[in-house]
Each structure stands twice: as structure tokens, then as C-alpha cells.
Design a protein around this ligand. Structure first.
Ligand SMILES: CC(=O)SCCNC(=O)CCNC(=O)[C@H](O)C(C)(C)COP(=O)(O)OP(=O)(O)OC[C@H]1O[C@@H](n2cnc3c(N)ncnc32)[C@H](O)[C@@H]1OP(=O)(O)O
Ligand SMILES: CC(C)C(=O)C(=O)O
Ligand SMILES: [Mg+2]
Length: 559
């Protein structure tokens, strides 16, 4: 590595810059270039079928400008344009766009491909930066301007031959962001002078960061300078086309819009040359999350990612902004806890305000089940959320801690994530499994009338089976649980103190069962015990018996 091989990108001295004070108020005019720039970057360019599928997605999402190919460069691109036109595939509010170099034979072939189109944008480009001028084209500035003028004239003249089509022209000074901004303006002014646009018949000037070489603020300065000095600004749609070499294509496009750009070109999920084009999904979702209508439909994120993967053979990164598989998933305990608490308080008619979730995942077709996932980094909140949302079991706080410790141990031992089913089964195995030892067979409870005698105690008579022998145990106390603890003390000598006791209903109907959860102190040892029963008065007694069995087992093992 030798950083001295590189030099710093020059900034623009622009002390009166306005864009930092601006905010994006509405969505720009989008142009999806997946079928051209995205396609030209693929190891295997899309075939006709794949292009058709991706086209349909772009149309369904509501893109109004769609660059469909470079028809003078390849037969599949040409055939695709013909299919669109001959099969009447272009909705009346959509305009197709095609790219061509500023070379006569390519422009002619481009128009040939567009014969019969109701409307179309012809996009012509040539490169303008010093390295392109000096090393690729071996031309001075005037030579580059001449290519642009010749291309613009050819585009305009060919259009005149096909008046049945409503033409719009677009020019890109390729490598704009690496071009001296004054020169880029000169080249564009030369093209504008050929095309003579009007506010009613504007042309598109598309300013690419063909290779992203600077921070996004520099690009914004370039765009603002361009908008300030270009001729006939009112007759020009200023478009930007950023690439992602430094990972800032979206940021650059956003700042460019703040700096005056009207239109943004990009691709779904950012496929494109090298590190990709500006990601339309990300920028649109960024707007959406700020309360701005993105003017494209992102409700079916799954279809978007699936289709792009199918057509480009490039998998979506699990952490891709907004639409990656894991981006609404919290594994870590404190995040899960915060999300669960916020979701419980989020009202439908209030602004979205949920920690760690910048948008409601439901908006783009994601469910809450995938929001909270549990592995060894998770805490009680996530485990409780899953058990509650998937099985309707609402655990008290102390029990959440107990379960989460059991789940964490399981995750650590198996070194993998657990799903709702796993958590439910850990819960059942850990807390509800049958225990060997004593079993409760029947209960008779006599509730005394305390109104006559406050000291009068309730009585319980239970049949328990132990070592295959049925025994009746009995006790007095204040309520059935207290009486039962006394019965146990009398029979086996164990002192049971109920420290926590909670009951939840499993199911919704009258035949629902009760789940009793208890933290007991048996002879000074903490024991967690749970049991279910259709009779809610039996469930806690069964839990006490379970606790007793666990206590005995533990002490036998220790001995
Ligand atoms: C940044 C971008 O994404 S730009 C778009 C890039 N996309 C593509 O290139 C994909 C499709 N392109 C192709 O298939 C081919 O390049 C074609 C079919 C268009 C042209 O192929 P060819 O004529 O064989 O050659 P090639 O592209 O190498 O052309 C290079 C020549 O065109 C000139 N040229 C390149 N771009 C342009 C342009 N935009 N306008 C005018 N001339 C150009 C070069 O200076 C070079 O000239 P030279 O032969 O005199 O040295
Ligand atoms: C043709 C132009 C717009 C391009 O794709 C680029 O410069 O990146
Ligand atoms: Mg590009």
C-alpha cells in the first residue's frame, strides 16, 4: 500500500453554497436504469425473459422513466425494445429510455429500434473528464465539445424522421463529477444550444458520477454550481446518476437533490458497474421514512428482492438497507427489550416511534415475528415476546428471567438460533415436564365461612400417589395453597414458602387451561415449578407437587 500514489480530489470554492440549508420536500423524478446500466454490469447479461420480468416489476412499482437498454450495442437489447413496442407493453404514463454513444451509426440503429414507439427518451453521451479527454479520446476540450454537438445534432435529425413518436432528448457528460465543472457546463450548453428546449419541451441533462471520487458534499457543490450557471435552466430537467465506488451513491444523490437536481437515475438494490449504481430502493425508503411520499410502490419488498435476484443472479445482502432479510431483526437482548416495550405502546394514530426500528416493518410486507429472533445474545424480552406473540403465553417478569436463562443455555450449548417452536418446547421441557415422585390425584377443598370466626381456617384433603400407594394428605390454612403447603409439611416435613405465584390462561374458551407458575422456597432452596390444569384451582397445587419432586430429585442427585 502506498497512499502517496493518490491525490486528493479538488473541492469547489463555493462559500455561498445553499444546499446545506435545503431539505428534500418531495420525491425526485425517478429513472430506473436496471435494464441498461445494471444489465451491462452483469457477468451474464439478462436474457429477454429476465428483462421482461424485471420490466414488469419496474412498471408495477410505478417508475415512469425506465432506461430499457443500449439497443445499438446488442441484439438482445434491440429485441427487447422491439418487444416492448410491438407487443404494446408500455403503459401510457411510462416513457422508455435508451442509451447510445454519440456516434452516427449507433444513433441510427437506436432510432431503428424505437420505430413505432409512442414516446421515448433518446439518451446520448460522451465522456468529458481530463483523463478521458487525454488518454482515451486523445482530444482537447473542443474535440469533446464537437463530439457532443455532432451527437446532439444527429439525435435531433433522426427524431425529425419519425414524427409519430413523442421524443425527448437526454445528454450525459459521462464522468461529469471528474470534469472541471465550468467545462462540463460548456459542453452541456453546446448540446442545449443544438436542442433548443423550452419549458414545455424540456431536455434532460444527466450528470453522472460515473466513478465516485469525492465526498457527497463535493458532488452537491458541483450540481449547485451547474444549476446556477447552465443556460436555459427552466427548460432543463437536471438529472443525476451516481455510482457507489466510495459507498456514498445514495448520499450523493440526496445531496444533489438538495442542491437542485430534479431527477435521479439508479437501480433496484444498487446493481451496476463495479460497486453499483445509486440504489433506488434505499433512496426511496429514506424519503418514506421521513414522511415523504416516495412515489414508487415498495410495499412488496419480497417481490423486489426476489425478482432482482432472479434477474441478476446477485443475492441480496442480509443487511441491505431497508430490505435485507435481517434488517428488522434484533438478536441482542437490550434491543429486543426496547422493541417489545415500544411496540406495546405504539398507537395506530401516532407517529411511528419505536426504538431500533426506523419504520414499521409491516409497511413493506415484513412481519413482527421476524423482528425479534433469539440466539445466545438475546435476553428475556425477546424470548418473552416470541412466546407471547406466537403462543399467547404472557410470562411474568420473574418467569421471563427463568425461561431466558434456559433458552440462553440451550443456544450456547447448540451454538445456534432458536425459533418460536424451539422456545415453546424449551419452556415445556424445562418447566412443564412430568416429574417422577408424588402425583396429585384428587382434591377436596373446604372453604370455611370467615364471617363468623376470623381464625377459622380452610381445609384441604388430597389424594396423592407416591411409590404406587395412594395416600390422603390434609392440612389447614388460609386458602387452598396455604392449606396444601401445611398438608405437605405434615406428611413429609418440608417447609414450603410461595415467593412468586402467577397464573395465565392458555386458550380463549371456557375449556382453556390454566398455567400456574410458582417460585417456591422449599427448606431454604429456590425451586421454580409450573403446572397446567383445566381446573384453575388445581393447577397451583400440581405446581407445588412438581416443585417438591424437583426438590427431591435435586437433593438425591446431590447426595
Ligand atoms: C459509463 C457508462 O456506463 S457508458 C455506457 C457503457 N456501456 C457500454 O459500453 C455497453 C455497450 N457497448 C458496446 O457494446 C460497445 O461499446 C458498442 C457496441 C456500443 C461499440 O462498440 P465498438 O464500436 O466496437 O467499440 P468501443 O465501445 O470499444 O468504442 C470505442 C470507440 O468509440 C469511441 N467512443 C466511446 N464512447 C463514445 C461516445 N460516448 N461517443 C462517441 N464516441 C465514443 C471511443 O473513443 C473509441 O473510439 P476509437 O475506436 O476511435 O478509438
Ligand atoms: C452513460 C452514463 C449515464 C453512465 O452510465 C455513467 O456515466 O455512469
Ligand atoms: Mg452508470
Amino acid at each position: 500500500m502506498n497512499h502517496q500514489k493518490y491525490r486528493r480530489f479538488p473541492t469547489i470554492n463555493r462559500p455561498h453554497r445553499q444546499w446545506p440549508n435545503n431539505q428534500i420536500e418531495k420525491a425526485p423524478l425517478w429513472c430506473a436504469v436496471d435494464l441498461r446500466d445494471g444489465n451491462q454490469a452483469l457477468m451474464e447479461p439478462m436474457n429477454l425473459g429476465q428483462k421482461q420480468i424485471l420490466w414488469q416489476l419496474l412498471v408495477d412499482m410505478g417508475f415512469k422513466h425506465i432506461e430499457v437498454g443500449f439497443p445499438s450495442a446488442s441484439q438482445p437489447d434491440y429485441d427487447f425494445v422491439r418487444w416492448l413496442i410491438e407487443e404494446n407493453q408500455i403503459p401510457s404514463d411510462v416513457t422508455i429510455q435508451v442509451l447510445t454513444q454519440a456516434r452516427d451509426h449507433l444513433i441510427e440503429r437506436t432510432y431503428e429500434s424505437l420505430k413505432g414507439a409512442p414516446r421515448a427518451i433518446v439518451h446520448v453521451y460522451n465522456s468529458t473528464s481530463p483523463v478521458q479527454r487525454e488518454k482515451v479520446f486523445n482530444l482537447d476540450k473542443q474535440g469533446i465539445i464537437d463530439i457532443a454537438i455532432a451527437g446532439a445534432k444527429k439525435v435531433a435529425n433522426e427524431a425529425l424522421k419519425h414524427p409519430e413518436t413523442d421524443w425527448q432528448f437526454q445528454y450525459s457528460p459521462e464522468s461529469f463529477s471528474s470534469t472541471e465543472v465550468e467545462f462540463a457546463i460548456n459542453v452541456c450548453n453546446a448540446v442545449i444550444n443544438v436542442w433548443q428546449p423550452t419549458p414545455n419541451k424540456p431536455v434532460i441533462i444527466n450528470l453522472p458520477a460515473t466513478v465516485e471520487c469525492a465526498t457527497p458534499n463535493v458532488f452537491a457543490d458541483q450540481i449547485e454550481t451547474f444549476c446556477e450557471h447552465v443556460n436555459q435552466r427552466e427548460s432543463i430537467i437536471v438529472s443525476v446518476h451516481t455510482h457507489n465506488d466510495r459507498g456514498c451513491a445514495v448520499a450523493a444523490a440526496e445531496l444533489a437533490v438538495m442542491a437542485g437536481a430534479d431527477r435521479v437515475e439508479g437501480t433496484l438494490m444498487g446493481n451496476g458497474e463495479r460497486t453499483g449504481n445509486m440504489d433506488l430502493v434505499t433512496m426511496a425508503m429514506n424519503l418514506y421514512s421521513q414522511g415523504i411520499d416516495p412515489e414508487v410502490d415498495l410495499t412488496d419488498a419480497h417481490r423486489i428482492t426476489q425478482t432482482v435476484e432472479q434477474c441478476t443472479a446477485i443475492p441480496t445482502h442480509a443487511r441491505h438497507p431497508w430490505v435485507g432479510d435481517l434488517v428488522y431483526t434484533a438478536f441482542s437482548g437490550s434491543h429486543q427489550d426496547a422493541i417489545r416495550k415500544c411496540l406495546n405502546q405504539q398507537a395506530d394514530d401516532e407517529y411511528w416511534d419505536v426504538a431500533y426500528l426506523p419504520i414499521d416493518p409491516k409497511d413493506i410486507g415484513r412481519d413482527y415475528q421476524s423482528v425479534i429472533r433469539v440466539n445466545s445474545q438475546s435476553g428475556k424480552g425477546g424470548v418473552a415476546y416470541i412466546l407471547e406473540s406466537q403462543y399467547g403465553i404472557r410470562l411474568p417478569r420473574w418467569m421471563q428471567i427463568e425461561l431466558s436463562q434456559a433458552v440462553q443455555k440451550h443456544c450456547e450449548e447448540n451454538n445456534k438460533e432458536v425459533n418460536g417452536e424451539n422456545i415453546h418446547s424449551i419452556f415445556n421441557q424445562h418447566f412443564l415436564a412430568e416429574t417422577a415422585g408424588v402425583q396429585l390425584r384428587s382434591v377436596k377443598f373446604e372453604h370455611s365461612d370467615h364471617s363468623n370466626n376470623a381464625n377459622q381456617q380452610d381445609a384441604i384433603y388430597c389424594t396423592v400417589k407416591h411409590d404406587n400407594i395412594d395416600t390422603i394428605i390434609q392440612g389447614l390454612g388460609n386458602g387452598s395453597i396455604d392449606a396444601f403447603c401445611h398438608a405437605v409439611k405434615t406428611e413429609w416435613g418440608h417447609t414450603i414458602d410461595v415467593q412468586y405465584y402467577d397464573m395465565v390462561t392458555l386458550g380463549e374458551h371456557s375449556d382453556a387451561s390454566a398455567l400456574a407458575m410458582m417460585q417456591l422456597n422449599i427448606d431454604g432452596q429456590k425451586v421454580v415449578a409450573c403446572a397446567t390444569d383445566t381446573d384453575s384451582s388445581h393447577a397451583p397445587l400440581k405446581a407445588i407437587i412438581q416443585g417438591l419432586n424437583r426438590f427431591n430429585l435435586r437433593n438425591q442427585q446431590a447426595a
